[in-house]
Design a protein around this ligand. Structure first.
Ligand code: ADP
Ligand code: ZN
Ligand code: MG
Length: 482
């Protein structure tokens, strides 16, 4: 049996106001070539100056994954020729990166880990670099156009260790990282616009053996593509190895239309980028005061938040991942759990009825019309069994959505208060037992399955307003007595 070994390289476009080494706006969607200057056009003699905001964003990421911040790191020139790279080189970081050796926790894939639980995924490094421009090719194949608005936009490249063991884990790791950079406010997270993109490295090995030859799948810009491309690539490599063939070290692309990876270039003919230190920029120096200033602004880490929810509220890993799907969703859950005093109840409503409405209407939690405080009123009524879950779901929730007042007032107006008063339930139980001597005798003769029938009769007699749990208890006591 083969085990997959996966490591992701993620490019995060930093949402600074201006570009990495010049004052041009860093804004997506402007008309082509309107956000350029001699520096990002690579005109001779133009000098770069480092954007400190990008440095602070790199620090925020580094501190959030408990990484080591390097006090000194150097920018390098990576030389290659391409039309959208006007300077003829990309400025990136050399052997020392500003951020090194961090760690992020993700839910492990039980299918390959032999059980549920969080697993640590190490980050090897995160370095600062500049993005290239964009080439657009006409459909008729006649002309290509180059837009340099993106040239010089700041990127943080996050290189993950080969610690992932399945396509599912790779996609979960990418989601965790995405959540983190969005929560930190260092990236808008827009994957369609390319603000957050990923190359995936994957190899197979027999468990316990050294790593196999890896293939790099380039430019995956959705969570689904990452999972599909890796699943496909794992199958392809497994088939090769099973036939006794070997995997070639190469770069492949994902063709989403066909659902296949395709060879692009082999790594043997690896490019020589002739790296050397960028002479026009000083060594990047970070002092402890700057690190502490950034640390003071950090929000709670999303992976820690998820763990806290699991521990404090007794929620499962899957549930908490869904609750943490976006910072806004997480904030809504947090507020609902606080206001209702029940994390479990809050999670059940959010993942149930609220999500159903969001899907139905195609909206995000930001546009959900009921505030967490108002919904908390309903959660509290259900948790305290003042209203049945059925009535809450069928009648109170829709009324709350329609803006018909607070949960309490809706329950009062519609007469939905649940009866859990012992005296009232005992009376109805006695009445139902008296009316059903046959089933009662059969239960006493051992046919326990008929109890459900009697419970149903009692609930019906209470016109759906009885607390089912109390009914069950009281009926069992009554049957045991006589
Ligand atoms: P390079 O020097 O070619 O960039 P690195 O060693 O820096 O290669 O690794 C680049 C990425 O490939 C990292 O994300 C790492 O986790 C991943 N990786 C390295 N070796 C393997 C392997 N054998 N299988 C899968 N992924 C790997
Ligand atoms: Zn510029
Ligand atoms: Mg590398």
């Amino acid at each position: 049996m083969f085990e997959a070994v996966i490591g992701l390289e993620v490019h995060v476009q930093l949402s600074t106001r201006t570009k990495m080494f010049c004052g041009c706006a860093n804004h997506y969607g402007a008309p082509p070539n309107t956000q350029t200057c001699p520096v990002c056009l690579g005109l001779p003699g133009a000098l770069p100056a480092l954007n400190r905001e990008a440095v602070r964003m790199a620090l925020a990421l580094g501190l959030s994954v408990d990484a080591r911040i390097q006090p000194h790191s150097t920018f390098y020139r990576k030389q290659y020729f391409y039309p959208d790279l006007p300077k003829g080189y990309q400025i990136t970081q050399g052997p020392v990166a500003i951020v090194e050796e961090g760690c992020l926790e993700i839910p492990g894939d039980a299918a390959v880990r032999g059980g549920e639980g969080l697993v640590p995924i190490r980050l090897e490094r995160a370095h600062l670099e500049e993005d290239a421009g964009k080439s657009h090719h006409d459909l008729d194949g006649q002309n290509s156009h180059v837009d340099l608005n993106r040239a010089g936009v700041p990127l943080l490249e996050i290189v993950g260790a080969p610690d992932l063991r399945s396509a599912q884990e790779a996609s979960d790791y990418l989601k965790a990282l995405h959540r983190l950079v969005v929560a930190l406010g260092i990236c808008d997270g827009n994957m369609e616009e390319g603000s957050f993109r990923c190359d995936a490295n994957v190899s197979l090995r027999r468990v316990g053996e050294p790593f196999g030859t890896r293939v790099e799948v380039k430019n995956l810009n959705s969570f689904r593509f990452v999972r599909q491309a890796l699943e496909h690539e794992i199958d392809r490599q497994a088939a090769l190895l099973a036939r006794g063939e070997s995997v070639a070290m190469e770069t492949r692309g994902w063709d989403a239309g066909v659902g296949e990876t395709r060879g692009q270039r082999t790594k043997e003919a690896a490019m020589d980028y002739r790296y050397f230190p960028e002479p026009d920029l000083p060594v990047l120096t970070v002092d402890p005061a700057e690190i502490e200033a950034v640390r003071a602004t950090l929000p709670e880490r999303p992976d820690r938040q998820v763990r806290r929810w699991q521990e404090a509220y007794g929620l499962g890993a899957g549930e908490t991942q869904t609750l943490a799907q976006s910072p806004a969703f997480a904030a809504y859950f947090e507020a609902l759990a606080q206001a209702s005093g029940s994390g479990k109840g809050a999670a059940a409503w959010l993942l149930g009825e609220v999500s159903r409405i969001l899907n139905e209407r195609g909206i995000g939690i930001e546009a959900f019309p009921v505030t967490p405080e108002a919904l908390a009123g309903l959660v509290r009524l259900v948790e305290s069994r003042a209203v049945s879950f059925g009535a809450a779901k069928e009648q109170v929730f829709p009324a709350l959505l329609a803006g018909e007042g607070s949960a309490e007032s809706i329950v009062a107006r519609k007469g939905l208060a649940q009866v859990s008063d012992r005296g009232a339930i005992e009376l109805l139980v006695a009445q139902v037992l008296a009316e059903n001597p046959g089933p009662v005798a059969q239960i006493k003769a051992g046919k326990a399955s008929l109890k459900g029938f009697l419970v149903g009769q009692v609930l019906k007699a209470g016109r759906g307003q009885l607390d089912a749990k109390a009914v069950n208890e009281i009926l069992a006591e009554a049957l045991a007595k006589d």
